[in-house]
Design a protein around this ligand. Sequence first.
Ligand code: FE
Ligand code: FE
Ligand code: ZN
Length: 300
Amino acid sequence: MLIIGSHVSFNKDNQLLGSVREALAYDANTFMFYTGAPQNTKRIPINDEKTYEAFKLMKDNNMDLRNIIVHAPYIINPANTENLDFSINFLRQELDRVEKLGITKLVLHPGSHVQLGEDIAIKNITHVLNSCLLSDTKVDICLETMAGKGTEMGINFDQLKKIIDGVLYKDKVKVCLDTCHLNDAGYDLKEFDVILDEFDKKIGIDKIACVHINDSKNILGSHKDRHENIGLGTIGFDNLINIIYHDKLKGVPKILETPYITNGIDEKNKIYAPYKFEIEMIKNKKMNTNLLEDIRNYYK
Ligand code: FE
Ligand code: FE
Ligand code: ZN
């Protein structure tokens, strides 16, 4: 069965229940969210009543908790020596929050090495992971493949392998592939079987715990990281469909992080979520050539 969903919100009033409702409105059977704003570490306490209500709604709609993803805020930088203790403390709290929500997968950006170079960055990242992942940790940390913007880490499978090699509880470290980031890092997704083969040889295909499905605004190897709506970017609809329905990724949740759509008048103001329409296209395996207009008309 296809496990498909998108990024959804998690607000202080309805928390996980609100996230489930939003995902259902997109006809999704999974979803991903930040437990607070991605650019800060302010977090609200988890409301157990809302969590239980969410579990019930999920059960009624055949949503499996094991497919739900939390994304750690991107301001924590485990690659940088500065603020390493802050990263560790925040990540520990985040793992507790994720566990309290019954969720088992936390996506983490490996961070940017700034001026430190790759080797020190890898040491820092493994130190953070080893400080957070203990024998009784119930949540897996999924390192995301990155585009290579600035001094980003996780831009190829060799770096990810080196990080995982340094972790004590290796079974608790997984990987989240991001199609836009792979393209921008220089992996040609037209040759996805070759990419999967390389991943399997270096890391092991069973480590893939999540795939972010995004088209890209930029060309192969651009190191930019700007997501585009499905079928409207340089990766293209057919290549994304090939990945989404790939036999070797059958049980892996696919999450859309494509940009919101403008009303067509004010091009700066992105107000409409595209996910319901993109999920429909993916289920039909057919590109909707009227995608943007259909979304605007639906929300109008
Ligand atoms: Fe990410
Ligand atoms: Fe991503
Ligand atoms: Zn991105």
